[in-house]
Design a protein around this ligand. Structure first.
Ligand code: OTU
Length: 650
């Protein structure tokens, strides 16, 4: 029955389309629209079905999809067709990404083009260029407070530079990832400006209230995201004489997706960037898309429906483009952003594996892998056509979002344990070499997160200061071990710029008033290219990190068992310092890799029987493909040195 309603509406819409659309030959567009329309219509009805102008809004949406399809460059349309045929292309072990700020990395977008060879030298073939759009200076949130969704920030270049960069990357076979900040705009965005001038239509683009009645009700259940710099979730706007919802900074206004006009505008923007040549779009802060009194205003069902709808719309116009969900939320919530009740990802094909990231830091601090093992074995299975973005560090803080139940199971008290981790990484203990800083400390509930660059958090900064070669060696080992895990876990590894040469904390931000209260700037470096040059000089820290990572990247690409097909088995090896999992190739049962990591400061071992059980029977021909050596075996146990890893194969 329902299909019939949707078919008849689709027919009406096709008749009503503007002549400039109707007169075009849009065969592939119509095929895709036909096959996705039932889903689009159903989702749009659930969200906006009670509106008088529902059919008109549906028509506007379809027109938006068609207009952007017409504008989509022929080369990208060709790529769409190829990717539809090979729709699991992104699950391959071939891809290795890096996230970077174009200004921090290379001065600006033009500069970035001159440094692509450096990324390729390391083996990077996916680049996430951190937000490039126009933001008010000093109130930019590192690019996440967008003033104009179609204008590149003058500091780093122009839209032409993006086109040139995108074309250059395509020639090199490197994927381009760009951000779309879907949850909020800058208070200086045109919509916000008009709202401030009293335009009711644009006030309806945001959550705007005359008095504190509704904001107070929302506040009863909403947590604070930036408690130090932007406490509360609403800001009084003098010009408007009203309260506006600002979940992040007071200059970031939350968009109101109860208004279909907002949804259609954002779909238009998503498709605009798809048409600029982005292969992957990182949708920022997706957990926050729907606000409801009585809830935390995160992970609401409607937020998922909106994402499914965005995906279905993108499927019609630019089906080759993937979405990354940036949802730094509880482990059980994250997998929902792949889309529930489906085999194929219905929302975002890729999601940040924030759980794994935080667990790696936990294992590093405790030297124990109990929590890591428990939490990974409790991680829900992903959908078939979905994959993780595995990372060690990024531009944000490290949030300690493990589940309390898992922390209990590991034998810790959740609050005390989280406190310990913050203290450890901010160097509060004599035994800790870490040089992080707290971020987002909340005096009301004791919450805190951690900032700092990878190198400074693992102790390289303090080791270099002490000129202690042993400590330097340990720090480098930690950097390599963590990367060996994100490269082998299953999913796309995402390096963070600077980590490949051991870049330390950047303290410059303390001199800048607009940044000094946000410790996340510690981990947003300006690349020192003379330091990067040292990667060519044997013996230097840069050489040791860069070249070993390069080797790991190259090896990963050669190992089909590292592609992501739910082909990982976590092994219980009865040693609380080890993290061990098996990767296998679904196409070839003989091609197996055993990944082992020892988080302890002492050598650790596991029984050879465990390996035997999973098919590593002949101990004499087992080899670590990274070092090219056989691991030592003592009394029937395989031994792994401190802060080290193996990629074992037969
Ligand atoms: C994202 O962050 C960005 O990565 C941050 O750089 C921005 O400040 C923020 O959005 C606002 O645009 O929304 O779902 O703990 O992890 O704010 C997670 C803070 C986000 C970040 C969180 C995150």
């Amino acid at each position: 029955m329902y299909e019939q309603v949707s078919h008849s509406l689709l027919n009406d819409i096709l008749i009503a389309l503007k002549p400039d659309i109707k007169n075009k030959k849009l065969q592939h567009f119509y095929t895709r629209l036909g096959s996705n329309f039932y889903a689009i219509h159903s989702l749009f009805s659930v969200l906006y079905g009670d509106r008088q102008d529902f059919n008109k809004q549906m028509l506007r949406l379809v027109e938006t999809l068609a207009q952007q399809y017409i504008k989509r460059p022929a080369a990208l349309k060709k790529m769409d067709l190829a990717r539809e045929k090979d729709h699991n292309w992104f699950l391959s072990q071939h891809w290795v990404g890096m996230a970077l700020y174009s200004d921090g990395f290379a001065g600006d977008l033009k500069g970035l083009q001159t440094k692509l060879h450096y990324l390729q030298e390391l083996g990077i073939n996916m680049v996430h260029i951190m937000p490039v759009l126009d933001c008010p200076s000093g109130k930019s949130d590192g690019g996440y407070a967008v003033r104009d969704f179609r204008k590149v920030d003058a500091r780093i270049g122009t839209i032409k530079d993006i086109s040139a960069l995108s074309a250059n990357l395509k020639k090199r076979g490197v994927l381009l990832t760009l951000d779309v900040v879907v949850n909020h705009t800058s208070y200086e965005h045109e919509w916000a400006r008009l709202a401030r001038q009293g335009d009711k239509m644009f006030q309806d683009y945001y959550y705007v209230f005359d008095d504190r009645e509704m904001p107070d009700m929302f506040e009863e259940s909403m947590p604070e995201i930036f408690p130090e710099t932007s406490p509360g979730n609403f800001t009084w706007d003098k010009d408007m004489g009203k309260w506006v919802m600002t979940v992040f900074h007071d200059y970031q206004w939350d968009l109101n997706y109860r208004n279909p006009a907002v949804f259609i505008e954002m779909v238009d923007i998503i498709l605009f960037w798809a048409n600029m040549g982005a292969d992957i779009l990182r949708l920022d802060a997706v957990a926050f898309l729907w606000k409801k009194i009585g809830s935390t205003c995160q992970n609401e069902r409607e937020a998922h429906l909106l994402l499914q709808l965005m995906k279905d719309c993108c499927q019609v116009t630019a089906p080759g483009v993937l979405f990354i969900a940036e949802a730094i939320v509880a482990p059980v919530e994250i997998t929902k952003y792949f889309g529930e009740d489906a085999i194929n990802a219905k929302e975002c094909e890729i999601a940040y594996n924030a759980t794994f990231m935080a667990l790696l830091w936990d294992a590093l601090a405790t030297k124990h892998t109990k929590l890591l093992n428990i939490a990974i074995s409790n991680l829900p299975d992903k959908l078939e056509r979905a994959t993780w973005l595995n990372y060690v560090r990024c531009h944000d803080d490290i949030g300690l979002g493990f589940s309390d139940t898992d922390i209990h199971l590991a034998g810790y008290d959740p609050n005390a344990h989280r406190r310990f981790l913050v203290d450890y990484f901010t160097g509060k203990f004599d035994t800790s070499p870490a040089r992080g800083k707290p971020f987002g400390q909340n005096a009301k509930n004791g919450d805190a997160r951690i900032s700092g660059s990878l190198a400074s958090l693992v102790g390289l900064e303090s080791a270099l200061e002490e000129e202690n070669p042993d400590a330097i060696e340990v720090a480098i080992k930690k950097i390599l071990m963590l990367h060996s895990l994100i490269l082998s876990f299953g999913g796309m590894p995402l390096f963070y710029y600077g980590d490949e040469i051991g870049t330390l904390n950047n303290y410059d931000y303390l001199e800048d008033e607009s940044k000094s209260n946000d410790s996340r700037w510690l981990q947003r470096p300006t690349t020192d290219w003379s330091k990067a040059e040292l990667r060519n000089q044997p013996g230097t820290v840069e050489y040791r990190i860069f070249n070993n990572l390069k080797k790991l990247v190259a090896l990963r690409k050669e190992i089909p068992a590292f592609a992501d097909y739910n082909n990982r088995e976590l092994l219980d090896v009865e040693n609380p310092h080890l993290f061990v999992f098996l990767r296998f190739d679904p196409q070839n049962s003989k091609a197996k890799i055993m990944v082992m990591a020892n988080f302890d400061d002492h050598p650790q071992s596991m029984s050879f029987d465990t390996l035997h059980q999973v098919g590593f029977s002949q101990r004499n021909i087992i080899m670590d493909i990274y070092s090219g050596k056989s691991p030592s075996i003592l009394n029937g146990r395989i031994v792994i040195p401190p802060k080290s890893f193996y990629w074992l194969s037969v």
